[in-house]
Design a protein around this ligand. Structure first.
Ligand SMILES: Cc1cc2nc3c(=O)[nH]c(=O)nc-3n(C[C@H](O)[C@H](O)[C@H](O)COP(=O)(O)O)c2cc1C
Length: 329
């Protein structure tokens, strides 16, 4: 399948693995890229820009295919050293950057000067248009279903994607709730040039996370995520667990008096405990509603091949069959 996104990023299949904290290590990105998609290393999971440079080098040892780096801008008391992160990305010879969290204007000139393609992930048409206006090459349109930060507008992809198609000139991929060939065909039908998946890629053999995380995703249904930090306007969709229940009780009890300090035990330093040690009740970790569509733990290649086969069958057999059908009355 050839789309504007496969052409832009030089990849075989229009499937991207979104940046994921404590998941997007070199092993994850290389596995997705080797399977013909675009794997992405998560910059902020690396403790220093030097560690990021090392992670990029490790990924290059594992794949000769294109891969990307995610640079997330989040509210932070001590902001990461973004210029040094950008320098590591450029010097590492990375060709694609996924930005997210906030307008990436501060890093764009350096990335563009280095010939790097920038895909900005955002959750609204207005932010997509802003990304286009400041010179991003593509957008990842992240619907309300998504794991992680869905923003505060709560618009699901069945509305958001066609709205993006009506307004945007640059290509976009759909993100949030994407799992299989049906997701890909539906996204393309709504104007996308491919799809971005987070949660689905965690439940793969190569994902460098604890087995408990993969099994929790397989066991979860579409009803098992919760929205936390709404009162702080930093909404995150997470897998429900005992830590999340505690967090939600605090939110309910404190109302608009809630501060980040009140919920630090449930949100700070949680990722290594969950992703690496497998303590599944440690606190809030991002997970999409798409968990309800995830039934197994394949390799990235099995997953991507299956998605592409299913997408082709839907288009060529089901859809074309409908057009060809002679309906008798
Ligand atoms: C465990 C986890 C961690 C994530 N961490 C980040 C992150 O650090 N930066 C980012 O831009 N997006 C992050 N995301 C969002 C994903 O890149 C992607 O946009 C999202 O998962 C898409 O929704 P889906 O899970 O329904 O596929 C994370 C998602 C998950 C599930």
């Amino acid at each position: 399948m050839k789309t504007k996104i496969t052409e832009m990023f030089g990849i075989q299949h229009p499937i991207i693995q979104g940046g994921m904290h404590y998941v997007g290590f070199a092993e994850m990105a290389a596995a997705v890229s080797n399977a013909g998609g675009l794997g992405i290393i998560t910059a902020l999971t690396q403790k220093t820009p030097a560690d990021l440079a090392n992670e990029i080098a490790r990924c290059k040892d594992m794949t000769d295919k294109p891969f990307g780096v995610n640079i997330t801008f989040l509210p932070s008391l001590t902001p990461p050293d973004y210029p040094a992160i950008v320098k590591a990305v450029i010097e590492g010879g990375v060709k694609v950057v996924e930005t997210a969290g906030r307008n990436p204007e501060q890093v764009l000139p350096a990335l563009k000067d280095a010939g790097i393609k920038v895909i900005h992930k955002c959750t609204s048409v207005r932010h997509s248009l802003k990304a286009q206006a400041i010179g991003c090459d593509a957008v990842s349109v992240d619907g309300f279903e998504c794991g992680g930060h869905p923003g505060e507008d709560d618009v699901p992809n069945f509305i958001l994607l066609p709205r993006a198609a009506d307004e945007l000139e640059i290509p976009f991929v759909s993100s949030g709730g994407m799992a299989d060939g049906r997701s890909l065909v539906a996204a393309i039908a709504m104007g996308a040039e491919g799809m971005n998946m987070g949660t689905r890629f965690i439940a793969t053999k190569e994902a460098p996370v604890h087995e408990n995380v993969k099994q929790a995703i397989v066991a979860a249904s579409e009803l098992d995520t919760r929205l936390v930090m709404r009162p702080l306007r930093n909404t995150e969709r997470v897998m429900n667990n005992a830590g999340v229940e505690r967090l939600l009780e605090k939110e309910a009890a404190l109302g608009d008096k809630l501060t980040i300090q009140d919920i630090l035990p449930e949100v700070a330093g949680v990722y290594p405990k969950i992703m690496q040690e497998g303590y599944m009740d440690a606190g809030a970790w991002s997970c999409g509603m798409v968990a309800g569509l995830i039934y197994d733990v394949p390799t990235c290649k099995e997953l991507i091949d299956r998605i592409m086969t299913q997408a082709e069958e839907i288009i060529s057999a089901r859809m074309m069959g409908m057009l060809d059908a002679k309906v008798s009355v």
